[in-house]
Write a protein that binds this ligand. Structure first.
Ligand code: DC
Length: 219
């Protein structure tokens, strides 16, 4: 029986924090698909490939192997066997990821891996195209969003707490630009699946959102 949960939404909506918590409560596996695209982007950056060069990006895909494993319940993404978790959360990689995840070869590479994980386990998977494309038969689909202001504020707080100096206006601009690109690409754009529940988390706490998702899933 398919018990999978698909969560999609724009950057900074809180998908990973919420999905991780809900997965723990339900005893499911959390699959963060964004980190897989980010690991591929890291390879392109390291190889000096331009995000605009679809041919070079597509050719490089042949040399990339992405897998995930779980260490103490945390998802670890492996790029050709190397744990790259600590290297993929920068703005530079975020931008490169948005630039290159629009290409067919990049998406094809990850689709089978993502579907394979959902066949073997009960998963909560988050990303941009999970409900619409990767797991169209997921039992529960959530479209998680919040206002651009709220999302920028949360990201600013997170970075400031890590000691990273940043400007909230710039963060907001970057978030909006990334959403634009992710929503308007030709292949697997970010959009709400017809059968997804829309959740605006602007004025909700993490606990409230997790509870709501679990309630929707178990009803
Ligand atoms: O969720 P995130 O910020 O880690 O995602 C980074 C980028 O990866 C995002 O801008 C678009 C892309 N992405 C995608 O195209 N499809 C997914 N399922 C997940 C992420």
């Amino acid at each position: 029986m398919n018990n999978n949960i698909a969560i999609d939404g724009p950057a900074g909506a809180g998908k990973s924090t919420i999905a991780k918590r809900a997965a723990k409560e339900l005893g499911y596996i959390y699959v963060d698909t964004g980190s897989m695209y980010r690991a591929m982007a890291l390879y392109f950056v390291r190889d000096g490939i331009s995000g605009d060069d679809e041919q070079a990006v597509s050719e490089a895909c042949e040399y990339i192997d992405i897998s995930i494993e779980y260490v103490d319940g945390e998802q670890v993404v492996l790029l050709n066997g190397e744990n790259v978790n600590s290297l993929i959360r920068t703005e530079q990689i975020g931008k490169m990821t948005s630039d290159t995840s629009k290409y067919k070869t990049v998406r094809k590479k990850l689709l089978d891996i993502q579907r394979g994980l959902a066949v073997r386990n009960n998963v909560i998977m988050d990303g941009r195209d999970i409900g619409t494309c990767v797991l169209p038969d997921a039992k529960t689909k959530i479209y998680l969003t919040a206002s651009a202001e709220k999302r920028a504020e949360r990201r600013y707080k997170e970075l400031s707490e890590k000691g990273v100096s940043c400007e909230i206006d710039q963060i907001k601009k970057d978030i909006i630009a990334r959403d634009e690109q992710d929503m308007n690409r030709a292949i697997a754009p970010l959009r709400q699946a017809e059968d997804a529940v829309y959740l605006d988390t602007s004025d909700m706490t993490i606990d409230e959102v997790v509870k709501e998702i679990i309630k929707i899933h178990l009803r």
